[in-house]
Write a protein that binds this ligand. Structure first.
Ligand SMILES: NC(=O)c1ccc[n+]([C@@H]2O[C@H](COP(=O)([O-])OP(=O)(O)OC[C@H]3O[C@@H](n4cnc5c(N)ncnc54)[C@H](O)[C@@H]3O)[C@@H](O)[C@H]2O)c1
Length: 329
């Protein structure tokens, strides 16, 4: 397959691009490096450095090459920042995304895989969350993901494009020399590992009075290698006609509390990882677990690397090897 990976210098995009190159696919990456890293792009991928909202760059890219598909990982994704600056989020994740879709339609790229998020559900009452759960985002970030999914639905009907929207829960882990390096880190596992690396003194736990066994929030963690694989599986099935315009939750059908994650990180790193308790944060649901039955049924796929010590162990190996991330040491 000949695939344009938007956001392929970022965490999940670069690892998916690598896995696709390893499987023999031809990959081009378009990324403005706002949160990605040039070093993470596969060396044999063609790299377009620029913005997916830049219509004239897209003209150049699409008139130069024919693609079987676009995988769109590009986004800014800090929930808290999106509440303070929704304009930035709607501009980048929706308005620029529409520029990308319009170029894709013009050049008749037939398939589109979108990185959506559990944030489209907000705070659902039913767990695990199925794809048909109510869509009530509680942040502008979640709203941008939902708005783009809606655009995809209407574009697919009008312009005959086949899309797949993959709603990730929490990605973690690493693959070979590729890992998670965000300048503004908001994800629990890399933050906990920063404590083990000596980069922060302790980890804050926001709320220990939730209605869960140990009082802390529960989330569903999926290994980034599993995420990469399911992108390839979905695209293959789109291209061979098995699926058309589908939405899937990507998770493990199980979850770990914040304290369980810290316990696992203590086992893996041998570090005491001190914690401090802080009040709940607004908009943090007690539990977010993905139902993965639809994935199993339709894609015949389920995560292979569900063991939490393995997920955290792989993240830890990468952070130990690259304590400064992609920055030169
Ligand atoms: N990491 C998670 O656990 C998680 C969970 C749910 C959803 N997602 C979604 O998955 C996708 C990938 O997440 P990630 O953690 O790899 O993020 P990331 O920030 O590491 O990667 C995003 C990439 O997109 C690029 N980008 C952003 N805006 C751009 C623009 N206008 N033009 C060109 N490039 C642009 C960035 O430079 C970066 O390389 C995002 O869409 C995110 O919202 C991630």
């Amino acid at each position: 397959m000949n695939v344009l990976v938007i956001g392929g210098a970022g965490y999940i995009g670069s690892i998916t691009a690598k896995c696709m190159v390893d499987d023999g696919h031809r990959i081009s990456v378009l990324d403005n490096l706002s949160s990605g890293h040039k070093e993470a792009i596969p060396s044999n991928a063609l790299f377009y450095c620029g913005d997916y909202g830049d219509a004239s760059l897209l003209e150049d890219v699409f008139s130069e090459r024919r693609f079987d598909a676009i995988m769109h990982f590009g986004a800014i994704s800090l929930v808290g920042e999106s509440v303070v600056n929704p304009a930035l989020y709607f501009e980048n994740n929706v308005a620029k995304g529409i520029t990308l879709l319009n170029a894709m339609v013009k050049y008749k790229v037939p398939n589109f895989v979108f990185s959506s998020s559990a944030a489209v559900y907000g705070e659902p009452e039913q767990q695990p969350i199925t794809e048909s759960a109510k869509l009530e985002p509680t942040s502008p970030y979640g709203e941008t993901k939902l708005a783009f999914e809606k655009a995809l639905k209407w574009y697919s009907q009008a312009y005959d494009l086949n899309y797949c929207s993959l709603r990730y829960f929490n990605a973690a882990g690493s693959v070979d020399n590729l890992g998670e390096d965000h300048a503004s880190e908001s994800h629990l596992i890399p933050l906990v590992l920063q404590v083990a690396l000596g980069k922060r003194e302790s980890i804050s736990i926001y709320g220990n009075d939730y209605a869960t066994a140990d009082g802390t929030c529960i989330r569903d963690y999926i290994h980034v290698k599993d995420l990469a694989k399911v992108h390839i599986v979905s695209l293959e099935q789109m291209i061979n006609g098995t699926i058309r315009n589908e939405i899937f939750n990507l998770g493990t059908n199980s979850g770990f509390s914040v304290l369980q994650i810290i316990e696992s990180a203590r086992r893996v790193t041998g570090h005491a990882i001190p914690v401090q308790f802080a009040p709940r944060r607004a908009g943090d649901p007690a539990v977010l677990i993905a139902a993965n039955e639809k994935c199993k049924q339709m894609l015949k796929w389920e995560p292979a690397l569900g063991d939490i010590d393995k997920i955290i162990g792989d993240a830890w190996s990468w952070h130990q090897k690259f304590p400064n991330g992609y920055a030169p040491s």
